[in-house]
Design a protein around this ligand. Sequence first.
Ligand code: ADP
Ligand code: MG
Length: 340
Amino acid sequence: MSALIEMQGVTKSYGSFTALDNVTLSLSGTSPSMTAVAGESGSGKTTLARMMLGFINPSIGHVLYRGKDVAKMSGTEQRQFRREVQPVFQDPFDVFNPFYRIDHVLETPVKRYKLADTQAGARAMIEDALKRVGLRPQDTLGRFPHELSGGQRQRVMVARAVLLRPKLIVADEPVSMVDASLRATILDELKTLNRELGISIVYITHDLTTAFQICDNIMILYRGTVSEAGSVERVIGAPKHPYSQLLVSSIPLPDLDKTWGSDEVPVSEASAARANPGCKFAPRCPHVMEMCWDNVPPKYVPDSQRLATCFLYRDAPVAPGDDVAVVFRPPDGPVAVAAS
Ligand code: ADP
Ligand code: MG
């Protein structure tokens, strides 16, 4: 059984700069999952999203959709991929043409993919999709983009994705431009789509709190590398990587709206000055050891539900094939190490 989507040793470089470094990840092709990709600004989240969506190709490695290399698909395969893997972006206003009514952005995919035979059929599909994201069709259709709130526009974008009955939605910071009061509702709706329609969701965020609330699994990126990954209970509940520990300790628990990553970890001048081919986190790490400067840590598996790219766990086994999926918990399933 092939995975829904897989990244195999994916690196993306821009000149000498590496935006994403050797990421391996696979999402189950049988159990629709909710996976968070988290990290501070510039950690490579959008680069990862764009590769999953086939918008850019890896410099090294492969992205496979149902076992097919996204960079080498035939026209027919590509058409199916484009329909089944849908993006939801940060700022929906950019996607709307201000001169067209909201209906246009919903009718276009229905026509392009011939989803309905009749006008009435198309209308029924669009209304169903709007209701699934908590919008009343009569309050939404016939309006212009500027007549809707940011939250409503974002829901229209989710409805547009839902129309196509995708297998995967890649949502890149989908609520960061939405009013705080609406964020939780929209994220809950994504979770409902996952559970009711079996759509897998990759939720990209810099907010650990919402990742914990809606996702099964999480992957934390630090400067393009995976620092820790596994079930949200383990990684956020009891982080092992020093970077995750710093992030989690900077969330004040009563304030759910606080985003993390804003508190810069101090770097001592001596460690900042030291160029290192080893662990990228070494200059900021409170537990840095001599070996960290010259060696890149592999993905250690300190317990069955997580891996940590850190030499503190060098007595633990290394993830087979460097694969993050080995520690991803199946949604609502038994806690176990999945076969890789
Ligand atoms: P995030 O979404 O986590 O904030 P991005 O994936 O957007 O991070 O960017 C990661 C790094 O890659 C950033 O330092 C960014 O400047 C760089 N980067 C992204 N896209 C390009 C590009 N097209 N050309 C050059 N550098 C890029
Ligand atoms: Mg981004």
